[in-house]
Design a protein around this ligand. Structure first.
Ligand SMILES: Cc1cc2nc3c(=O)[nH]c(=O)nc-3n(C[C@H](O)[C@H](O)[C@H](O)COP(=O)(O)O)c2cc1C
Length: 181
């Protein structure tokens, strides 16, 4: 299976990237074809809300989102990862979600994993970020949420290392096929 991992944290080598790499390692060990995209390195402008794409299914803005959306459509499994910023998503994740508008129907029936990282140690407090990504999945016909990785209690770069969620990330990647059966 093709597994696409989208890390929306702009912090290089940060907690989200580390968590995503562990999920990727599990998926690769299970024999899947994996690719990770770091949105921090990409040029993506926010949705203009012009609705041109309602007719054309293409965005009038030509930036890295064209290629990323193509990759999302070709993937069987997509991991969406965001750090918690002021009890919401990163701006990069929000732009990614909104810019799926031209072709979001083509994402139907895919399996999704969600990952969040936060300084806060309480899952209940960061559910708002998870719920924002769930709102996106709700709009995609037949999208299946396969699991959520809660990287809570991670503030400084590297805090995630050694937390139990790292094992959960590896296991989630490793068992993708089993869960898809
Ligand atoms: C702009 C900004 C806002 C943040 N807001 C929150 C917050 O509301 N709650 C929280 O628990 N952590 C917050 N944090 C901390 C990050 O979620 C935390 O450091 C996380 O591990 C960052 O992930 P990264 O290393 O992948 O970038 C914030 C960090 C930044 C830079």
């Amino acid at each position: 299976m093709k597994v696409l991992i989208i890390n929306s944290s702009p912090r290089k080598g940060g907690n989200s990237e580390t968590l995503c790499r562990e999920f990727e390692r599990g998926a690769a060990d299970a024999g899947h074809e994996t690719e990770m995209i770091n949105l921090g390195n990409r040029k993506m402008s926010p949705c203009l809300g012009c609705y041109s794409c309602s007719r054309t299914h293409r965005c009038i803005q030509h930036d890295d989102m064209e290629e990323i959306l193509d990759k999302m459509i070709k993937a069987d499994v997509i991991m969406l990862s965001t750090p918690v910023y002021f009890y919401s998503l990163s701006a990069q994740m929000k732009i990614l979600i909104d810019r799926c508008f031209p072709r979001f129907a083509e994402l139907s029936c895919k399996n999704f994993y969600l990952a969040v990282t936060s300084a806060d140690t309480d899952r209940d407090n960061i559910r708002c970020a998870v719920d924002s990504m769930r709102g996106f999945l709700k709009c995609i016909p037949g999208a299946v949420e396969k699991g959520v990785l809660y990287g809570t209690g991670a503030w400084e770069k590297g805090d995630i290392i050694g937390l139990p969620v790292m094992h959960a990330a590896y296991d989630a990647g490793k068992t993708i096929a089993l869960e898809g059966e």
